[in-house]
Design a binder for this molecule. Structure first.
Ligand code: HEC
Length: 478
């Protein structure tokens, strides 16, 4: 009897300890599993999503409206199947269903975290930064609701800037911004909207202004293209405005519009057009304007010395081809050199020196791969195709660009600045006097999604970030 009781007591003790050990280890296992899920989903986000939505999940979720739904099932659907027309790829191939759900939960928990945290606005408004011994301060110039896509300035110091949703503003120093009327109707969707703004080289006399925008097709609502609109600025309104150029053909996607403009020393207007996400259809063929740099006269007519002017079935406006999505165009006036920067797919963002008649190779050669991880091509070089002056792997998601010639920043003279949408900084490529690319520097890290950069006529560099939309001036301090 005594023995029986002892055995029973021992047995129950052992069971109790067993339960305890089991509970502890399963709790640990659950915790570890949770950590792993968050770890994997964060890694997957960084690998598959950051190239477009930004490295930091906080930047991606910093939006008021989720157009396709902020619930678990809607997000699952758009991530798994994608939405080709807005440029959101589907991940059915690269991620299994539970991995997609894990990314969804990662996004949803970041949204929850955001609600409990006041998202800072204005914390960057008094940033200083030291580069090559120059101390620089950022001055907040203006804010916009969406994205400050293009920035320029007249010789008498009036700043002009666009807001991608379809608004154009002018701003005199110390005064508040004024909305300009007479802007064309834009297709504000995906990557489209009101984009670049430039003034005619003789704007002081002729008041001519140029805008690029995504133009809806006049009769088919699914189609849009990149167009240049130009008119005369009078009383805060664009008058006698018309499209001086419309890229052909119209396409049913909402991405890769390109659309930066520059004027060279001879007054030619150069225009960068993206391939609209149709890499196999357009960039290598000369019978269309997509995936090209174009050269026009200031009224939209075509210079007869363009490289393909006399070639049958080629668009006469083409200056160079084989481009993907140029998001920056800049001009070294002293050496008469034009550069573009353009997005690679995943990896392979490039800076190219743009020369008449040259083929820049997309999508035959590239340093990038498809967003879902599959290969586009093994080739990075091919005869008859140009190599970039510089490329980034992984991509920094370049946007905005200018060449520094101003005496305000003596240590940056002759360098190229490019924005990084993904990593929230300005990239400086240090160039030698003969134009070789030397080192790089990251300026103003964490400042925001860089959209536009302009060295303006007052000699200062201005740049625009989005989410929230702000324009800053880079001011050297003594
Ligand atoms: C090639 C660029 C690209 C990549 C890569 C990409 N997206 Fe998108 N995604 C877009 C675009 C463009 C939109 C539409 C504009 C927007 O909402 O930012 C979009 C929209 C979305 C939306 C809907 C937003 C809304 O308003 O409802 C979600 C959710 C989303 N993406 C999640 C992801 C996730 C998760 C990944 C990675 C697995 C990813 N995206 C990768 C381009 C991309």
């Amino acid at each position: 009897m005594k023995n029986k009781i002892r055995t029973l007591a021992l047995l129950s003790f052992a069971i109790l300890i067993g339960i305890c050990i089991f509970k502890c280890t399963t709790k640990k296992a659950v915790e570890n599993a949770q950590k792993e899920i968050i770890g994997n989903s964060e890694e997957n986000y960084k690998e598959f999503c950051a190239s477009c939505h930004g490295e930091k999940i906080e930047a991606f979720i910093n939006r008021d409206v989720w157009v396709y739904g902020a619930d678990r099932e809607s997000m699952f659907k758009i991530i798994k199947f994608g939405k080709d027309d807005i440029g959101m790829p589907g991940y059915a191939e690269a991620l299994n269903d539970s991995e997609v759900y894990e990314v969804v939960d990662y996004i949803l928990s970041a949204i929850e975290n955001k609600k409990s945290r006041e998202f800072s606005s204005g914390e960057n408004d008094d940033i200083t930064f030291v580069s090559e011994g120059m101390k620089l301060k950022l001055e907040l110039i203006s804010e916009v609701a969406d994205s400050p896509w293009g920035i320029t300035q007249s010789k008498n110091g009036v700043l002009f800037f666009t807001d991608k949703q379809g608004l154009l503003f002018s701003k005199k120093e110390k005064e508040s911004a004024i909305k300009i009327n007479g802007v064309p109707e834009v297709r504000f969707k995906g990557q489209g909207g009101l984009m670049d703004v430039k003034l005619h080289p003789d704007f002081e006399n002729n008041k001519r202004i140029y805008l690029t925008y995504s133009k809806p097709h006049p009769s088919n609502n699914n189609l849009s293209t990149t167009a240049v609109y130009s008119g005369i600025l009078n009383n805060n309104s664009i008058q006698n405005g018309k499209d001086i150029f419309i890229a052909q053909p119209y396409v049913d996607t909402y991405r890769h519009y390109g659309s930066r403009m520059i004027f060279d020393n001879d007054g030619y207007l150069f225009l960068a057009i993206g391939e609209r996400g149709r890499r196999d259809d357009y960039p290598q063929k000369l019978d269309n304007h997509l995936g090209k740099i174009l050269r026009l006269n200031d009224d939209g007519t075509i210079p007869a010395d363009n490289p393909f002017y006399h070639q049958e079935n080629a668009k006469k406006e083409i200056y160079s081809y084989g481009h993907r999505n140029p998001q920056g165009l800049c001009y070294d006036a002293e050496n008469n050199k034009i550069y573009d920067n353009e997005h690679g797919p995943r990896g392979g963002d490039e800076i190219n020196l743009i020369q008449a008649g040259k083929n820049y190779g997309w999508p035959v050669i590239t340093y990038g791969i498809n967003y879902v991880g599959t290969k586009i091509t093994d080739l990075t070089h091919k005869e008859g195709m140009e190599q970039p002056e510089h490329y980034w792997v992984p991509s920094i998601a370049v946007c905005g660009m200018d060449f520094v010639s101003s005496n305000k920043y003596p240590k940056w003279k002759g360098d190229i600045l490019s924005g990084s949408l993904k990593f929230d900084y300005i990239n400086r490529n240090d160039l030698s006097a003969s134009g070789e690319f030397l080192k790089e520097e990251k300026l103003f890290p964490t400042i925001g999604r860089l959209r536009s950069i302009s060295q303006c006529s007052d000699g200062y560099i201005y740049f625009g970030v989005e989410n929230p939309g702000k324009i800053y001036k880079v001011v050297p301090v003594e």
